[in-house]
Every structure is written in C-alpha cells, then in structure tokens.
Design a protein around this ligand. Structure first.
Ligand SMILES: Cc1ncc(COP(=O)(O)O)c(C=O)c1O
Length: 391
C-alpha cells in the first residue's frame, strides 16, 4: 500500500476543493476540480515547518538565500539546464506574479496573446489591467492539441501584441511543447518584439516527453522570456504562497521589486520559505513516488474510460494531474454536461467552457487523489451513464 492511498478527511480544514464541491452538490459530492492534490505532503516539509513553528517568534523575517539556491539547483537537476539564482525574484503566487510583471510594463490597451482553451485566470489578469486579450486558439488534430502558427503570425502582425502568456506545459490540454514548436514560437515572437511570460508551474509534472524551460531554448528565447515557477503544484503547497519569477535580466528584476516596494506588497512569507527550502532540497524521494502514483492513476483512468465510459474519451496527457476529458459525443450542452456530472454522477469537475469557448463539450478531471476515491468517482460516472443510456 502506498502512503498516497490514505483517505484523509480534509473537510474540517477549510479545503476549498471540498467546500465548493459540497456547496454545489451535497455532503457526498466528490471533488475532482481545483488543482491541488488529495495527497499528503512530504514528511521533511512537515518536519521543517514543525521545527520552525516551535521557535515562537514570527516577527518580520528576511528571505533565507537558500529559498533561491535550493530552487535553482532543483530546476537544474530536473531539467538539466542552468539557472542563475540571482535572477530569481519572489512572488506570493504565480497569478499574482503574472499580473505584476505585466503591470510593470504595459499600458491600457496593449495586446496580450493567449492560447485557449487555457487556465482561465490569465483572462482575468488581462481584464483587470485593461489590456486587450488576443486569442490564438490551439487546434485539436487527431486527438492532440497543436499551436496554430499561421494564426499566431497573423495576430502578432495585426493586433498590437506586446506580451504572450505561454502555458508550458499546458493546462488544461496537457501538452508538453517540443523543441520545434517552441523554436517556431520564439522566432515569431522575437521578430515581432513580443515578450513571452512562460508559466511553467506544471513543469515538474511530466508524464511523457521532456519539458524544455523556455529561457534555455536559445539566445533569442533568453532575451524575451520571463518564467514562472512554484512549489504549489509539485509539492502541493498552494496555501503557503511562495512562488518564483525567473527574470530576463537585472533591470527587469529591479523594475518589479520597485513596483512591489511602492505598493508595500509582501512578496513571500515565513512558512512558505521554510517549506520550499525543504521541498527543493530534501524531498526527491517523495516527488518520485508521487509521480509514479500519478502515472498509475492515469493508467487506471485511461483503462476505465476506454472500457466503461464510452463515448467519453480521454485526451492523452503529456503532463499535469489535470485530465482533459472529451465529452462531445454525449451530445449535451455545457450546462447539461455540468448537470450530468454533478447531479447524476455526484462528482464535481471543472467545466471546459471556463477555459474558453474552445473548451465547450470538455470537462477537466484532477486525478491527484487516492486511487479508491478516483475509482469511486469513475464508478459513479459509469452508473450515471448506464442509467442515462437505458433511460
Ligand atoms: C497554469 C497555472 N498557472 C498558475 C496556477 C496557479 O498558481 P498560483 O496558485 O501560484 O497562483 C495554476 C493552478 O492551477 C495553473 O494551472
């Protein structure tokens, strides 16, 4: 038995995942939506937090330099590419970081390109800053999503695009972008003087293929890329708010830190720093075990969908624990689809439409949960589907 098979009750601990699912459904609704794991975090992290908490002084605290060096070393070990810790800046989380980096350099109306269906907070960041959203939708070809480079070139030429937010790997479609794709993308952005904000929060969660940190691709990429990382997904620490921005250069880092200073925004907090240092320096074993647990959950889900949930289909993921489920052949509207999963199967998923109109007919299913819970969720869908087919 794996430590991840443990079925803990998170409801007494203000878990958003459970609270929202139960508010939408009922006390028994199983949540497979928001991107956190129902898997206990690594013991060395808990121990490091306990140790620090036992020292009863939680006053203003500076950032331990190991916050940066342990992450840079982890990144290098993981991807085989160098990272200069001096170019890292702290942030509360990735969404906050994206918003602030754009705020440093954009004027109202500047174009920001995104590739829907994509992580929907990108849209609200663009809206909050009164920027212009420019869509370059991904295309689904033979069960796999690809970038549309003709459309991209067209939009870069005509839409006053200043930034692009790249989701790499991509949430929700699960793609790990390859060298050829990234090279084409960088060539086009470089030619049209567009900076890329590369959200690489899922880059440790690779199921197939190899993630290329965009800043290491080539010289052009290094000049136009700002990258975003966090321990939130890899080590399940979203509530501790300690993320990283890998800046293009010292000037950009200064601009960002000056903005944060101007508004007196705290960039990290004590327990997040303590947890990240432990995560990135002591938790390789937990990480490897977690990845093989995800792989086996994926194999289970894939097999179950193929055998029992037809005509529902899985878009084969290359990364993340967020599965993109193609339900179009059920022939339901998005509202009916949501109702089917929530009211008939009693499980709560993310609706594809949240990620843009390209997501209509899809649902997103988080499989970072004990196998028994995943199995129960799938059985519920199988029963609801059978009832519907018979009814
Ligand atoms: C692509 C992507 N970026 C950012 C986030 C959120 O990160 P944070 O909690 O650090 O803002 C998520 C969470 O699911 C995500 O999928």
């Amino acid at each position: 038995m794996s430590r991840f098979d443990q079925l803990d009750d998170r409801t007494p601990y203000f878990s958003v995942k459970y609270e929202v699912a139960q508010a939408q459904g009922n006390e028994d609704t199983l949540p497979f939506w928001v991107a956190d794991m129902d898997l206990p975090v690594a013991e060395p992290i808990v121990e490091a937090l306990r140790r620090r908490a036992a020292h009863p002084y939680y006053g203003y605290t500076s950032v331990d330099p190991r916050f940066y060096t342990t992450f840079a070393e982890w990144h290098t070990r993981r991807h085989g590419t160098p990272m200069n810790p001096d170019l890292l800046a702290p942030a509360q989380n990735v969404v906050h970081a994206l918003l602030h980096v754009l705020a440093c350099d954009c004027q109202e109306g500047d174009g920001v390109l995104v590739q829907p269906p994509v992580y929907f907070p990108f849209y609200s960041i663009i809206e909050k800053l009164k920027l212009k959203r420019v869509d370059n939708p991904l295309v689904l070809k033979d069960g796999r999503y690809e970038m549309d480079f003709d459309d991209l070139e067209e939009k870069l030429k005509s839409e006053n695009v200043k930034y692009m937010i790249l989701c790499s790997p991509h949430n929700p479609v699960g793609r790990v972008w390859n060298e050829e794709e990234l090279t084409k993308l960088v060539d086009l952005c470089y030619e049209h003087q567009v900076h890329i904000l590369s959200d690489e929060i899922h880059s440790d969660l690779i199921l197939k293929g190899k993630h290329i940190p965009l800043h290491t691709l080539n010289d052009k990429a290094a000049q136009i890329t700002t990258s975003f990382y966090s321990s939130g997904k890899t080590f399940n620490l979203a509530a501790l708010h300690a993320a990283y921005i890998y800046m293009r250069n010292e000037e950009q880092k200064k601009l960002y830190l000056d903005l944060e200073n101007k508004w007196d925004i705290p960039l990290t907090q004590l327990f997040g720093v303590v947890a990240n240092i432990s995560a990135f320096s002591e938790c390789e074993g937990w990480y490897q075990e977690m990845m093989s647990y995800l792989q086996s959950n994926l194999a289970f889900l894939r097999d179950f969908i193929e055998k029992r949930l037809s005509p529902i289909r899985l878009i084969e993921p290359e990364s993340t624990f967020l599965m993109w489920i193609d339900c179009r052949e059920l022939g339901l509207t998005q509202a009916e689809l949501r109702r089917f999963f929530l009211k008939e199967a009693n499980i709560f998923l993310n609706c594809g439409e949240m990620f843009g109109k390209e997501g209509v007919g899809f649902m997103r299913w988080n499989i970072a949960t004990p196998r028994a819970r995943l199995e129960e969720g799938l059985e519920r869908v199988a029963r609801a589907l059978k009832k519907r087919m018979e009814g």
